[in-house]
Design a protein around this ligand. Structure first.
Ligand SMILES: Cc1cc2nc3c(=O)[nH]c(=O)nc-3n(C[C@H](O)[C@H](O)[C@H](O)COP(=O)(O)OP(=O)(O)OC[C@H]3O[C@@H](n4cnc5c(N)ncnc54)[C@H](O)[C@@H]3O)c2cc1C
Length: 585
């Protein structure tokens, strides 16, 4: 019988949502919040004519007036914007601009000075650290439109927590959010951020239907998914008041993995919207997005599962992945429906105990546990009494056939049911405790890095990777990480999103030499991950981080970087937007 602590409360009405359906444009027709001006007939004609005609993206002039208080050159305003969450050193800026209108953004771009768009500056790559630029804060682009047919237009500066609150009031949610709810809509689109539940819900990219972007030169494009797809020319053409631009799309092949934040999206037949998603602010300033949203999931349940060792953990995760996929395929009402499985390794568990996180969050696990899994399970509407009843009878012969019973049976078959801690639907307090345990791992590691930087060597910095492989290669990737750290004599902790094949191996540096060794190792890991069909840059992006930029170059080669530079030159010939992000300026 798993440990269930907390209060008994009512659960919601909605229990099951299928994974996102394939993107289609049909349901956008008549959507009142969609941009309408400036778009021509658009859809690339098919058939013989299509080989000859390139249908341009028609840009328009910016709307609105220039605000009198657009620029703030006060030392306080500048000082507040010089660092992102990567604590990348050396940030400096000459002004902060806080646009309200497209005309404001065009005005900022017309200064002829470098411009760095920033949201919450929660970037973990230095991508939101200004390098002598005008910092363009999106804080005032904060409108949330009314949801219509599962779509909502949201300003780039809207903070995710605010968005979720506003949506929740209408029974809706935006599922692919990253862990950090202080991030902005513009930021998550610019980095193609991804959360724990990518396994079920995909990344930010999968939920963006449309974008409005101000380009260098002041032209504005309103892009809707499905209206401009890459044709035989391999180029997108943009025509507008500021001129005619031909954007050559790179020809490299992106790794086929569930999450990727590794430079410009490039694929045959790709959508123009996708060029700006994950471009890290180097191609244009996103002013607003049309996001897909869904009914809020009321039946969310969390299970903290101690597992003896990694092979056993991966067997369990693999079985839950398969069962969930089967449920989505068959829409079996009794099927297991897992949205995410998070993973914390043995060293992470030591850190949790050293920091007292187990006591703080009132959780425990046996000393024999080699790692912890945190499973996000979606259940149908049921009361907590019903849930208790199902759990207590789960292993009986006459147990009802329900998702919760099947889940318990899988845990029992893996010998982990008795040690599992559950937070049932509606028990927000217990859910927050289990989630708190997971968040205490990066917090504990970051604190140790900070102490080493303070007490041992000021050059010590966070040294970590963010790589993803197809789930089938996950075990091999973990072996590569473990062997690499052991060979280099490095202390390390690894945690992350096991259901996606995406974890974060982190060095726990005892000296600056450890940091140097760790950087070399990360490049080696990147080569191995690419060999396994994975991507060495999964969800945080590239930014200005030298190791991440080296990983990008390693992945696509000099030719790939040259092709990205060609995209950048076509849209930003003066190199004003986010110089030094993705590749050196
Ligand atoms: C505690 C913590 C947990 C995190 N967890 C996750 C996680 O689970 N998954 C994940 O993917 N990331 C995670 N991150 C990283 C970070 O939150 C994401 O990268 C997020 O997308 C950044 O959003 P932001 O608003 O802070 O953008 P910023 O950091 O301000 O900017 C990030 C990049 O986007 C560009 N940009 C911002 N706004 C615009 C715009 N309007 N137009 C064009 N470009 C723009 C910037 O120029 C910069 O290159 C985490 C960070 C922290 C601190």
């Amino acid at each position: 019988m798993p440990a269930i602590r907390g209060t008994v409360g009512k659960v919601g009405h909605e229990w099951r949502t299928a994974p996102p359906p394939p993107l289609a444009t049909a349901d956008l027709v008549g959507e009142p919040s969609l941009p309408t001006a400036g778009r021509p007939g658009q859809r690339q004609p098919r058939g013989a004519d299509a080989t000859l005609r390139v249908v341009p993206i028609v840009a328009r002039a910016p709307r609105g007036a220039v605000s009198p208080d657009l620029f703030d050159r006060s030392p306080e305003a500048i000082a507040a914007h010089l660092e992102d969450a990567a604590h990348y050193p050396g940030g400096h800026a000459e002004a902060v601009a806080r646009p309200r209108t497209e005309a404001d953004i065009a005005e900022v771009l017309a200064q002829g000075r470098p411009v760095l768009a920033v949201g919450a500056q929660s970037s973990l790559t230095g991508g939101a650290t200004p390098d002598g630029a005008i910092v363009l804060s999106t804080a005032r682009l904060a409108e949330i439109g009314p949801p219509v047919d599962g779509l909502v237009r949201v300003g780039a500066g809207v903070v995710l927590a605010t968005l979720q609150d506003a949506l929740a009031r209408q029974g809706l949610e935006f599922p692919p959010v990253p862990t950090y709810m202080g991030a902005t809509v513009g930021g998550i689109i610019a980095t193609n951020a991804a959360g724990a539940a990518t396994f079920k819900y995909g990344t930010t990219r999968d939920w963006v239907r449309g974008l409005t972007v101000v380009l260098p030169g002041g032209d504005v494009v309103d892009l809707m998914r499905g209206e401009h797809v890459l044709d035989h020319t391999g180029t997108f053409v943009v025509d507008g008041p500021a001129g005619h631009r031909v954007v050559p799309i790179p020809t490299y092949t992106m790794p086929d993995v569930v999450k990727r934040s590794a430079g410009y999206h490039a694929a045959p037949g790709m959508d123009a919207v996708d060029l700006f998603i994950g471009a890290e602010g180097t191609l244009g300033v996103i002013t607003s997005a049309i996001l897909r949203v869904q009914s809020v999931r009321a039946g969310l349940c969390y299970a903290l599962v101690p597992v003896a060792d990694e092979p056993e953990a991966l067997a369990l995760v693999g079985e839950l992945r398969e069962a969930s996929r089967e449920t989505w395929r068959t829409t079996d009402p009794a099927g297991i429906d897992v949205a995410a499985v998070e993973h914390m390794d043995a060293r992470s568990l030591e850190i949790l105990r050293e920091d007292g996180a187990d006591r703080k969050y009132e959780v425990s696990w046996p000393d024999s546990a080699g790692l912890l899994l945190l499973i996000q399970l979606e259940l149908p509407s049921l009361t907590q009494e019903e849930a208790y009843d199902q759990i207590s009878r789960a292993l009986d012969e006459d147990a009802p056939d329900t998702p919760l019973v099947r889940f318990c049976k899988v845990l029992a078959a893996h010998g982990v049911l008795d040690d599992t801690e559950l937070a049932l639907p509606g028990d927000r307090k217990r859910a927050d405790q289990l989630l708190g345990v997971r968040e205490a791992v990066p917090a504990g590691v970051n604190a140790r890095v900070g102490r080493a930087k303070r007490d041992v060597d000021a050059r010590i910095a966070k040294t970590a990777a963010d790589m993803v492989v197809p789930f089938e290669q996950f075990a091999e990737m973990m072996t590569i990480y473990r062997d690499g750290f052991a060979r280099a004599g490095l202390d390390s902790a690894t945690w992350g999103h096991a259901s996606d094949g995406n974890v974060h191996p982190n060095v726990l540096p005892r000296s600056y030499e450890d940091v140097e060794k760790g950087k070399a190792l990360i490049l080696e890991f990147g080569r191995e991950v690419a060999r396994l069909g994975g991507c060495p840059l999964a969800e945080h992006g590239v930014g200005r981080h030298p190791v991440k930029q080296a990983l990008l170059r390693q992945l696509y080669g000099d030719e790939g970087i040259a092709q990205m530079r060609a995209v950048k030159r076509a849209l930003d010939p003066q190199g004003l937007l986010a110089p030094g992000v993705l590749f050196p300026a």
